[in-house]
Write a protein that binds this ligand. Structure first.
Ligand code: GLU
Length: 428
């Protein structure tokens, strides 16, 4: 029985926070449909390793400030761990543990030879200068030097980190090792071994599975009225792809709030505005709405591409989309999931919908290890093949077991990890 209760006191661990309990509850809901042995379930309920570091930074004004940093590695059953680093005021051990757990299921579902990890620094990047950000990133890399590596744990971008952050990590790691190691991170600039199409991969993957979900629901993507929460690397790219494929993007939002136009927003113009002003703040060529209003707009497709904990017990009954797609990790709480399922609204879950990013990260790592490079068309085709294969397996299992897409995606992923763990056994 899935439970949001913390472990009994004598077993309570530091990562037993609401988000981690949600990740574990999703796991427990899927286990009965995965048909795997109990001892495997017990092992996979806990992250393998967690590291907390304190990262000192000399600020531009000469003062010293210390920031907490984290890296959680959930599973090494299928290979080295993989997952993003986020810079955000909400970063905590529990958040990283939840996100690392989801990365394990995401990689397994896509049949990538990785386990999951996630980390980051608790910091508001808007309070730092570029020099401070670089110094903080380099010192954080140095603190994690024993944890990360091309065959142990391979970071990538996440919230408020990007290709420049990865370049600083790659350079710091390489300088400390004494030789160049491009394959220690993915999501790098193309000039130092990054992959073409990595930046667009998460958002493009979101739209690939949205398109497939539409087909299953007897609809076609062109003409679908879409609301996209979030206008960053995931939501911004998803909005463009939707727009390019003939869907009508009626609302988008970012940290400054939401924009709404029933006739459809001019997505390229919004991108041009953000490139000039840094965010959507001040854009006045359409109605401005709040984030809460955006989630409750009538539409065909709601893409949740902002952050965790957005559709909750408080607003799930008010969602008026007929398909929800999770571009972010963990945007729908466990209570909201049940409400949406009762209302017959399918949710394409995060571990499937946003897996395009880590999938092209895998292609980047393979290219770096092999010192060979594929072109954009090849990457796009390989990504599309991987996403549609995973999508078809999830749909088939959901149909067979009469369960939600999330339960099916989780169960399929748990089977992958379980098969490998049974073969390897528990050491000693
Ligand atoms: N941070 C991204 C995610 O949540 C990408 C991880 C990666 O590419 O390793 O999936």
């Amino acid at each position: 029985m899935a439970s949001l209760e913390a472990s009994p006191l004598d077993q309570r661990l530091e990562w037993d926070t609401p988000l981690f309990l949600m990740a574990r509850a999703q796991f427990e809901q899927a286990v009965p449909h995965a048909d795997v042995p109990d001892e495997i379930v017990e092992r996979l309920s806990f992250p393998e390793r967690a590291v907390i570091v304190s990262v000192p930074l000399r600020r531009d004004d000469g003062s010293i400030q210390v920031f907490p940093g984290y890296r959680v590695q959930h599973s090494t059953v299928l290979g080295p761990t993989k997952g993003g680093l986020r810079y955000d005021p909400e970063v905590s051990l529990g958040e990283c543990a939840a996100l690392a757990t989801w990365m394990t299921w995401k990689c397994a579902l896509l049949r990538l030879p990785y386990g999951g990890a996630k980390g980051g620094i608790r910091v508001d990047v808007r309070s730092l200068s570029r020099t401070e950000l670089e110094k903080l990133t380099r010192r954080f890399t140095s603190e994690l030097i024993r944890e990360i590596g091309p065959h142990t744990d391979i970071p990538a971008p996440d919230m408020a980190t990007n290709d420049q952050t990865m370049a600083w990590i790659m350079d710091t790691y390489s300088v400390q090792k004494g030789y160049v190691v491009p394959e220690v991170v993915t999501g790098k600039p193309i000039s130092i071994g990054g992959s073409v199409f990595r930046r667009e991969a998460t958002g493009a993957g979101v739209v690939m599975v949205t398109d497939q979900a539409c087909t299953r629901l007897g609809r076609t993507l062109p003409g679908q009225r879409c609301v996209v929460q979030g206008f960053g690397n995931v939501g911004g790219v998803a909005a463009s792809e939707l727009h390019d494929r003939g869907a009508i993007v009626v609302a988008v939002s970012d940290i400054s709030g939401g924009l709404h136009n029933e006739a459809g927003l001019d997505v390229p113009e919004l991108h041009a505005y953000v490139a000039e002003h840094g965010s959507l703040e001040g854009y006045d060529r359409c109605e401005r709405i709040t984030n809460e209003e955006l989630l409750e707009l009538p539409c065909d497709i709601l893409v949740l591409a902002a952050r965790e904990d957005q559709v909750t017990a408080a607003n799930a009954a008010k969602v008026r989309a007929s398909l929800v797609v999770e571009g972010a990790n963990g945007p729908t709480t466990i209570e909201a999931d049940a409400i949406l399922a009762d209302r017959g609204i399918p949710v394409v879950p995060d571990i499937l919908a946003n897996a395009g990013g880590v999938t092209v990260s895998y292609f980047e790592w393979v290219q770096d290890l092999g010192r060979l490079f594929w072109d954009r068309e090849e990457i796009r085709r390989k990504l599309s093949d991987k996403m549609s294969d995973a999508f078809d397996r999830v749909y088939a299992l959901a149909d067979e077991k009469r369960i939600t897409l999330r339960q099916a995606a989780m169960a399929a992923a748990i089977r992958e990890v379980s098969g490998a763990l049974e073969a390897r056994g528990i050491y000693p």
